[in-house]
Design a protein around this ligand. Structure first.
Ligand code: PLP
Length: 393
């Protein structure tokens, strides 16, 4: 199809042209005496994106899923107890990874569309008077439902229970797009991948570990080899990697971190909020609801939109893809067919999103939903021009 493909799945996201150019280079000797400049610069500039000066960032070949494994295998031993909150498909998979690795997992299950409940975490930890639970696992931004949880409140619940559990946070669809305050929230392992807010192809697992998490690497007995933080930390100190690093992605990451610094992280976060507000106004104008139930939890990186019962969201997605070259995210797990998702993170601006919103409107209409064409686009335009969304009517 001529023209640009419209990629609006919540990851992978659009790779900026300058990042593509930065990755387009020949290979080089990763053991050269100048290589440490690249490694040290990347690790230094990654830290503020995680919101840490005390934690230690790492770059592994892998993806977000690999990041879960890095956090778990480097800190825990077979049979260790962990407490995992499930409020969507990715928290379900994070939990499953812990089970697969041989951990003893207790879960707190909340309806998909709700956020992580700090009070229930506090209650579960208070009930664990022997302090057997070693870690709490939560997802900051549940990409399946478009729900952002309050990680600071989770930390308060853990501390309020006087419990020493480590806090592991999946920030795959938040870190690099939404404020993430690893130090302030007392996060012990923060996990992300390269293909969402970092605007790169998939291929990197980016994690940051607290001093406490690093200290547990010595006692942890879960098997690990390529994901072992100990050789990685030792080699990184010297500016190297324990294996051949994915050089193109490292150069892409270098460019992304430069872009983050140029825009400024606070400005980048504000842009995501502004863009998300316009998308939400459009959804409202379509007469549709978000899967996320509480307005303060609505995600600024992804909106999961519930379709009326007589419409199959898969039809909307398929029409958008085939007819309008617009890629939307599908409903995952129990949400299959019930929601479609618009990713609004990364290299985006208002006009790109207006194109996507126009495409969604046409696809909804083609799929049989009676939507006044232009209503969502106009609502978003009003928000982005600085007028209240209420003026839509
Ligand atoms: N966690 C969340 C919140 C995600 O959105 C995803 C992927 O979309 C993952 C984990 C899995 O990451 P990856 O596909 O990079 O392994």
């Amino acid at each position: 199809m001529p023209g640009r493909h419209f990629l609006f799945v919540p990851g992978p996201t659009n790779v900026p042209d300058r990042v593509l150019r930065a990755m387009h280079r020949n290979m080089e000797d990763h053991r050269s005496s100048v290589f440490p400049e690249l490694t040290h610069g990347l690790l230094r500039d990654l830290a503020p994106v995680f919101g840490t000066t005390r934690g230690r960032p790492f770059i592994f070949p892998g993806t977000g899923t690999g990041g879960w494994e890095i956090a778990l295998t480097n800190t825990l031993s077979p049979g260790d107890r962990v407490l995992a909150v499930r409020n969507g498909q990715f928290s379900h998979l994070f939990t499953q990874a812990a089970i697969n690795l041989g951990l003893n997992v207790s879960t707190i299950d909340v309806p998909w569309g709700d956020r992580v409940p700090p009070d229930e975490i506090g209650a579960a930890l208070r009930a664990d008077s022997a302090h057997a639970i070693r870690a709490v696992l939560v997802v900051h931004n549940e990409t399946a439902t478009g729900v952002t949880s309050d990680i600071g409140a989770v930390r308060q619940a853990i501390d309020g229970a006087g419990h020493p559990a480590l806090l592991f946070v999946d920030g795959v669809s938040s870190i690099g797009s939404l404020p993430f305050a690893m130090d302030e929230w007392g996060v012990d392992a923060a996990i992300t991948g390269s293909q969402k807010g970092f605007m790169l192809p998939a291929g990197l697992a980016l994690v940051a570990m607290s001093a406490r998490a690093m200290a547990s690497t010595a006692q942890a007995r879960l098997p690990r080899s390529v994901f072992d933080l100990r050789p990685m930390a030792a080699q990184n100190d010297a500016g190297y990697f324990p294996f051949t690093p994915p050089l193109s992605l490292l150069y892409g990451l270098r460019e992304v971190l430069t872009m983050f610094a140029e825009e400024g992280l606070p400005e980048l976060f504000t842009r995501h909020t502004r863009l998300a507000s316009g998308v939400r106004a459009a959804i409202d104008a379509w007469g549709l609801a978000l899967c996320s139930r509480v307005p303060s939890a609505h995600s600024d990186t992804v909106s999961a939109i519930v379709v009326p019962v007589d419409i199959d969201a898969r039809t909307v997605i398929d029409v958008a893809f085939r007819r309008y070259d617009l890629a939307l995210g599908g409903g995952l797990g129990e949400l299959a067919g019930r929601v479609f998702r618009i990713g609004h993170m990364g290299d985006l601006n208002e006009l790109m999103l207006l194109g996507a919103l126009a495409g969604v409107e046409m696809s909804l209409a083609d799929a049989g939903y009676d939507v006044p064409l232009g209503a969502g686009v106009a609502a978003a335009q009003r928000v982005w021009r600085g007028q209240p969304a209420a003026a839509t009517a």
